[in-house]
Design a protein around this ligand. Structure first.
Ligand code: FPP
Length: 250
């Protein structure tokens, strides 16, 4: 059921009693936010980057262990060259200006997706951010960049087939768990809650394998307006769900 932001402001932002361990977010609506203000799309993305900062703070306050954000999909490369340049420029700026602070606040950064498609400078910054924050434990932040779940699943299937062909893995060892080790999210727990903003209700090729039992919360708020109260509202919706993982209630 979609949550209406008008209700969201009534929910306080005190830490939730039983927070999900892993929250993943599809940040949508930057373009519409800008269009509503007669601003160029880049203004929406810039404001979206500010919302990312607020969200990381909110996640830490809510004692979330794992946060994953969908910052750039493999399909986003098909946008006009100018917008792709704006988005990669923002990413470069973000990596140069925010990582040190995130690192000193105990945030461990990981990136999933096809990073080879980014220029060498960005690739170096991504590797540095991961290395510099590898010892942090307060919040595990994963940023999906040039990410597409089908490509990820296909790459995992190829990796597993290669391992079998090389005699490193027996066919009888092919389980859901072994398959998970070939995904880019190896070592990251599956998301318990996936939030999508902007009122759209779909997964758009995001964490398709990992989302098997995730609770989905769709919010009628454009990503640049997303704040701690919307985050708390999504956690409250999650807390009200009965998770059965396919079993019958006791
Ligand atoms: C969706 O809005 C958002 C994106 C395509 C990119 C998300 C990027 C950010 C939040 C800013 C940069 C983030 C970092 C980490 C530097 P949309 O453009 O699809 O919006 P629309 O559907 O309203 O057109």
């Amino acid at each position: 059921m979609p949550l209406i932001p008008a209700e969201a402001h009534l929910i306080n932002t005190e830490p939730c009693a039983a927070p999900p361990r892993h929250v993943a977010i599809i940040m949508d609506g930057n373009g519409r936010w800008a269009a509503a203000r007669h601003l160029p799309r880049v203004a929406g993305h810039r404001e979206g980057a500010r919302a990312v900062r607020r969200t990381i703070e909110a996640a830490m306050r809510q004692k979330i262990d794992w946060l994953t954000i969908y910052a750039f999909s493999s399909e986003n490369w098909r946008r006009p060259a100018g917008e792709v340049l704006d988005l990669t420029g923002l990413l470069r700026q973000y990596l140069r200006t925010e990582i040190a602070e995130l690192g000193s606040n105990g945030v461990r950064m990981r990136f999933i997706g096809d990073r080879d498609r980014f220029d060498e400078g960005i690739q170096k910054d991504l590797a540095k951010a991961e290395a510099d924050t590898a010892g942090n434990k307060r919040l595990n932040l994963t940023v999906a960049l040039s990410y597409g779940a089908r490509a990820e699943i296909l790459a995992a299937a190829r990796g597993m087939a290669d391992a079998v062909a090389a005699g490193k893995l027996a066919r009888s060892d092919l389980t859901e768990e072994t398959f998970g080790r070939f995904l880019s999210t190896d070592g990251i727990p599956d998301p318990d809650l996936i939030i999508r903003t902007s009122g759209e209700q779909r997964l758009s090729n995001f964490l398709l394998w990992q989302a098997a039992y995730a609770e989905l919360v769709f919010l009628d708020v454009l990503w640049p307006d997303f704040d701690a109260q919307h985050f708390a509202a999504a956690l409250a919706a999650f807390a009200g769900r009965e998770r059965r993982f396919g079993a019958r209630p006791a």
